[in-house]
Design a protein around this ligand. Sequence first.
Ligand code: M6R
Length: 586
Amino acid sequence: MCGIIGYIGGGNAAEVVYRGLKRLEYRGYDSAGGAFVCDGRLVIAKKEGKVEKLSPLLEGVRANIGIGHTRWATHGVPSDVNAHPHSAGGIAIVHNGIIENYAELKNKLLDEGVIFRSDTDSEVIAHLLARAYKGDLTGALAETVGLLKGSYAIMAICEREHIISLACNKSPLIIGRGDDGYYCASDEPALAGYCPDVAVLQDGDIAELRADEASVFNGEMQLVIRETVPNLAVCSELGLDGYPHYMSKEIGEIPAAVAQTVKVFGSVKQKIAETLGGAKRIILTGCGTAYHAALLGKIYFENMLGVPSEVETAGELRYKKNVVGESVVAFAISQSGETADTVEVARLLKSLGAKVVAVTNSLHSQLTRVADAVVPVAAGPEICVAATKSYSGQVAALYLCALAAAGTEGDGGLGALPETIERTLERTDTRSLAQVCAHSRGVYFLGRGIDYAVAVEGSLKLKEVSYVPGEGYPSGELKHGTLALIDGQTTSVFVICDEALAEKSVVAAEQVLARGGKVAVITCIDSVREKLENRTEYFCRLEKVDKFLSPLLSSAVLFGLAYDAAVALGRDPDKPRNLAKSVTVE
Ligand code: M6R
């Protein structure tokens, strides 16, 4: 949610900033901008829209120091004027986060006669810094953040000092040393190819970068050393590799994400078995797609361990009355490991006595620092805003956790699954169904039990990238309300892979057909084919796999459907409107 990057050294900061912003664009694409010091003067370039719009404005900018920002708007519409950097008194800042007390601070500054140019919360930081500055930018930043409430990762530069000053609290910030200077950014991909290692700043840290030196201070301004970790982002994995979109590339990488997750699980298996040993209750949480993976985790834990398990979105769990008794294990699931609600609820549950297990694709994220144990999702970088391969990795990881805690030897058939997913992707063509969905008034995804958990994810994905409205719904509930929406302009996509419940979903499909609704079916059950194939708009026959593994096949088909629908409607599936990948604000 907003990406920031900074550079100081011998190279051209404009190039580093632009390249870094391109790599951070998945964090927001409402506007982009950069600030540089050229011959002792601040030069600021910013523009509404995607990062590429900044490119012409940076032509000719030569500077050894610069900061940049790609925005996901929270306060103030996407516009040139609301774009970062914001500046005052020869100081420029970029900010990721939300300043909760900005209105109060702004009113005080207005009373003092300060003139604001934007509607953002971030602009107060620039004015407070200008007011506090007495020849020491880092000191002024430390004084300024003392006035702020909320979350922030801030980078500041000024005309009178050749440094970048940094501060962070509950928003990610890393620094790294390259061959020709120091770098700082929200995330590892921005520094891929520049910094082989990075230091992850902690909440309350202040830092100062010079071309040949980095200093980090804690909240009391004592010099501290932060652990350096390998930068896991690799340039060769960050490109499109011949694919038209990251979404199609990442769907193609689902088999590898599952295979790698199985491979790395060995290193944590023992710890997870111990953590879950004696658990009397399991709580699973996450947001969006991660929450949908949690729905499957609940099914795995209850069926394979017999431990009562509950699932709630992190945003709800965080604010309800939580009663955490003895022997509670909480699974916090997050691709980015930075989602504010998920990180905060993990902190809360831990403080209430639960053991927290993070299931994440980002091993250096905030979530891993909160957790008692970490289960790696080895999906590799996921750049498309819509989560696909990370979901598959999360589902595989949760299945492996349940197997480990149940003391089951082997991988429960998961080891062979990547090949089956590969074949499924090769043989399945969802383009005709995508056309139908793209021109439907509503698309309903229906299933029961394990298939319902997949249906809600299929629905989210289609809405997110194609903007076609719809809903994921338990097929047994259809007749209790949603059936009223069904007519010839709606499409109902049934997922039917649980043999025990298949007949019940077939009956629901009959009810839709009887009302003139269009029906599509994704199934691995032969009897469903006999009953429905000839009357559907689309029928996808999956290979028969264990019911618990079937979501990895059916979801891959639904991801393909969402992608094809987005393309059919001319949407950009990688950057859906209004969204960003890492939701680091509430
Ligand atoms: O990084 P996280 O897994 O914590 O992100 C959670 C959601 O924001 C995310 O899954 C979102 O729903 C996706 N855009 C869905 O495709």
